[in-house]
Design a protein around this ligand. Structure first.
Ligand SMILES: [Zn+2]
Length: 328
């Protein structure tokens, strides 16, 4: 970790990203996920539920509003939620949830559980056995009353941005290294501003080729004003995205199908960065996680095996102004 203290006493990060940026509230992500679930059920949201309000989400809301002759503003207000029927209610926290129930709050609960690695077996708004067992496992780990009921104590614990138990989801997901060479700054490395490093850095030379870490779809390719500079975001299956930041040049485009090793761009120092390096981030449901346990030994070009991450679907670009969340 390298810092420079400026004459004025302002601390800036060198070779890394500034993390003192706006955070996305956990609750709003859960509500966006519930909205996506409701829209998906009526065929108006064709891509993965990820809790990120992007163009597909807004398009779905507008289509619903058009269909129901509401004011078409893309904003999911009370009338729009009412138009979603039982999938648009009740609000998260307005009742104690239990097995057999359906609705907006159940979808939000499932999303919150999944975010912490307690997979409910799908985020679909239906409180089935998978949701119950994920909830019970979470309650046990969190030291809450283990009753399989999602009341106010459980919901407020789940909604907390940081702290509390998390599980690393298991599964056949792994990623090739996006650039060669050793890793510089690791995930979670503390910053002087109190935040933590939300990815890992590859300190490689300006112009080094940056390759996709696995199969997926590029959902953002362009300049990000939140500190990432020239950025490519690839969506993979199971709610994973990979982020490639500070690029000198972007060669991928939104909607491109990529595989491990596909060229995305070249290493640079754009955005909040003061030296060439690749900032690589893995997010699960939009929460940055430590990429290291998922990383294969080499880049795709060097790989011996054909391990791949399969394509999921794309929600193009809520990414242009995305900021870095604090780490869990
Ligand atoms: Zn970094």
């Amino acid at each position: 970790m390298r810092y420079v203290r400026q004459v004025a006493g302002v601390v800036i990060l060198v070779g890394t990203l500034s993390l003192g940026l706006a955070q996305q509230a956990t609750a709003s992500s859960a509500n966006v996920a519930a909205l996506q679930v409701a829209l998906k059920a009526i065929g108006l949201y064709p891509v993965a539920v990820d809790g990120v309000k992007g163009p597909f989400t807004e398009r779905g809301v507008r289509s619903l509003q058009q269909r129901r002759r509401l004011l078409v503003d893309g904003v999911p207000g009370p009338q729009t939620r009412h138009a979603l029927g039982r999938r648009g209610r009740p609000r998260l926290g307005s009742r104690v949830m239990h097995s057999g129930q359906r609705g907006w709050d159940v979808a939000a609960l499932q999303f919150l559980l999944q975010r912490r690695g307690y997979a409910p077996g799908g985020v679909d708004g239906g409180f089935g056995p998978g949701t119950r067992s994920a909830l019970v496992a979470y309650q046990r780990a969190a030291g809450l009353t283990v009753d399989g009921l999602a009341g106010s104590a459980t919901i407020s614990a789940l909604r907390q941005r940081s702290g509390g138990p998390t599980r690393t989801p298991t599964g056949p997901v792994s990623f090739y290294r996006p650039a060669p060479g050793p890793i510089g700054d690791h995930f979670g490395a503390p910053r002087e501003n109190g935040r933590k490093h939300s990815g890992i850095d590859f300190p490689v030379a300006y112009g080094t080729l940056v390759e996709a870490a696995g199969v997926g779809t590029t959902v953002f390719a362009g300049y990000n004003s939140g500190g990432y500079g020239n950025l490519v975001v690839v969506q993979h299956r199971l709610g994973y995205t990979t982020w490639y930041a500070h690029l000198s040049r972007v060669t991928s485009w939104s909607g491109e199908h990529v595989e491990g090793g596909t060229r995305l761009g070249y290493v640079g120092s754009t955005g909040h960065s003061t030296g060439p390096h690749l900032h690589f981030e893995v997010r699960l449901n939009n929460v940055p996680i430590d990429p290291l346990p998922y990383l294969l030994a080499g880049t795709a070009a060097r790989a011996q095996s054909g391990v791949t991450v399969h394509a999921s679907c794309a929600d193009p670009a809520a990414y242009r102004t995305a900021s870095i969340d604090d780490c869990r």
